[in-house]
Design a protein around this ligand. Structure first.
Ligand SMILES: Cc1cc2nc3c(=O)[nH]c(=O)nc-3n(C[C@H](O)[C@H](O)[C@H](O)COP(=O)(O)O)c2cc1C
Length: 168
């Protein structure tokens, strides 16, 4: 698939078959995260590969909008060090998106899970032993897709201006 095809056909997948993900696939997904751009090449992210199903289940219990992580074959938690970069959130988002796209290009299904209040993030950080000062930016649930949801996006005409905001 050409890169635009990968970008356009990727969907958030929240239902998975029970099949596992092999080491080569895991390595490729992590490589995609590693090669993401970051502000001043600061590379403030770490990736926690969640192999243990029991730990994924415990994390799913904490994540309000990520209960499906318990049924995924794998999880990857992306942490950022805010002291290491001028733009840690953007850096973590770029790494997360790269990994979502690589998972899709391998025929896997993945979904970005966020933390939506500081209590939730604190519980997840504690459970994953994330050190003080580091933040949990995202958790990616990955598995073999068992659903095929439709995508929806605004049209380019609605999103695009020429030369200045508001000028079409
Ligand atoms: C920052 C961010 C946080 C997200 N958090 C969640 C989440 O907690 N749970 C979830 O099911 N989906 C989450 N998503 C996935 C979005 O709901 C999804 O990308 C959006 O609905 C568009 O659907 P698509 O990815 O299939 O194109 C998140 C996406 C982003 C970019």
């Amino acid at each position: 698939m050409d890169i635009l095809e990968v970008i356009k056909t990727r969907r958030s997948i929240r239902k998975y078959k029970p099949d596992s993900i092999n080491e080569q696939e895991i390595d490729k997904i992590l490589e995609a995260g590693r090669w993401a751009p970051s502000a001043d090449n600061s590379q403030p992210c770490k990736f926690i590969v969640l192999r243990d199903p029991e730990r994924r289940k415990r994390l799913a219990d904490i994540l309000t909008w990520g209960k499906f992580l318990s049924k995924a074959a794998l999880g990857i938690a992306v942490t950022i060090n805010p002291k290491a970069s001028e733009c840690p959130v953007q850096d973590g988002a770029a790494a997360t998106q790269n990994m979502l796209l690589e998972a899709h290009s391998l025929g896997l299904g993945a979904c970005w899970i966020g933390t939506y209040d500081s209590g939730e993030e604190a519980s997840a950080r504690k459970m994953l032993n994330i050190p003080e000062g580091e933040r949990l930016l995202s958790v990616i649930a990955i598995g073999h897709p068992a659903e095929n949801p439709q995508g929806m996006r605004k049209g380019l005409a609605e999103l695009t201006f020429i030369d200045e905001y508001g000028k079409r």
